[in-house]
Design a protein. Structure first.
Length: 288
């Protein structure tokens, strides 16, 4: 039986990937800091913390696995960039010892050599570690699905706030991807030879204003959208972080959002044997 090792297996995307791998006949070892309160059936969980070297018993459990899929991520923490990059190095050292041949990294549209956000910088730096023959980095658009992540935070914000600020008018493009489609893509990449760097999202894009308007309509909510200059919102997000107030968007999100650009993914996603829905179809298909 094929064996997949998945870091961040208890997270929003990780759980979806675990389920899909199981459905396609894989055995799955989920690498987590602690066993989840509601573990998925048939998943073997093993200890792994990005801040620490992998325990020998975990290395033994994953030895000769077919693929390692790196999803784990330290968010909104001191030294976030350095800890994520060093954690990826620890994972890859352990994968070498465990003789795992294929390695997949889940990256982001934010990743680039000239990224300004800490998130984009660390994603790009980790991509540079996944350069061995057969390694694949998937750069993702905005992932849609329930169970956690930025999308769930966006929904909660829309449900609670009658007034929605639109950074610089909400004109930035957002290309989306259903988490269920992402899980299928990752399983396909684990099974097949594909290019080493693939951007994955809908071919078309919403503006953020359109995205929020359609989400509000789908939720049956009437919301007032107010354009707000970046320089007004950034200090508020900075102060909220200082006092421990959790907002749906932080300063790093804001910096990355300001740099958002449309990407032509048509040639990239042609490698997959199944179509990806356009942005509106993907959003309409979600059960909220």
């Amino acid at each position: 039986m094929k064996h997949a090792v998945i870091t961040g297996a208890s997270g929003f995307i990780g759980q979806a990937v675990c389920r899909t791998m199981l459905q396609h006949g894989w055995s799955v070892t989920g690498l987590v800091r602690r066993t989840p309160a509601n573990p998925l059936p048939a998943i073997r969980y093993a200890a792994f913390d990005l801040d620490k070297e992998m325990p020998q018993e975990t290395i033994t459990a994953i030895t000769y696995a077919d693929v390692v899929i790196h999803l784990a991520y330290i968010a909104e923490a001191p030294r976030q960039l350095e800890r994520n990059v060093e954690g990826a190095k620890r994972l890859l050292r352990a994968a070498e010892v465990a003789k795992i041949q294929k390695r997949i990294f889940i990256s982001s549209f934010s990743a680039s050599a000239d990224a300004v956000s800490a998130y984009g910088k660390q994603k790009f730096q980790i991509e540079q570690l996944f350069l061995r023959k057969g390694d694949v980095s998937l750069r993702l658009g905005f992932v849609l699905g329930r169970g956690g992540g930025l999308f769930d935070r966006t929904l909660r914000f829309l449900q609670k706030s009658p007034v929605i600020p639109l950074i610089d008018g909400g004109k930035q493009p957002v290309q989306v991807l259903l988490v269920t489609d992402l899980a299928r893509i990752i399983e396909f990449v684990a099974e097949n030879e594909v290019p080493s760097l693939i951007s994955v999202a809908s071919r078309d894009a919403f503006t953020f204003r359109q995205f929020y308007e359609l989400l509000s309509e789908k939720l049956g909510l009437k919301r007032t959208f107010v354009p707000v200059p970046f320089f007004c919102v950034y200090p508020v997000a900075w102060f909220a972080a200082k006092v421990g107030l959790r907002l749906p968007i932080n300063t790093d999100n804001l910096v990355g959002l300001r740099r958002a650009r449309f990407r032509d993914v048509s040639s990239d996603i042609e490698v997959f044997p199944f179509p990806l829905p356009d942005a509106a179809t993907a959003l309409r298909s979600l059960e909220l």
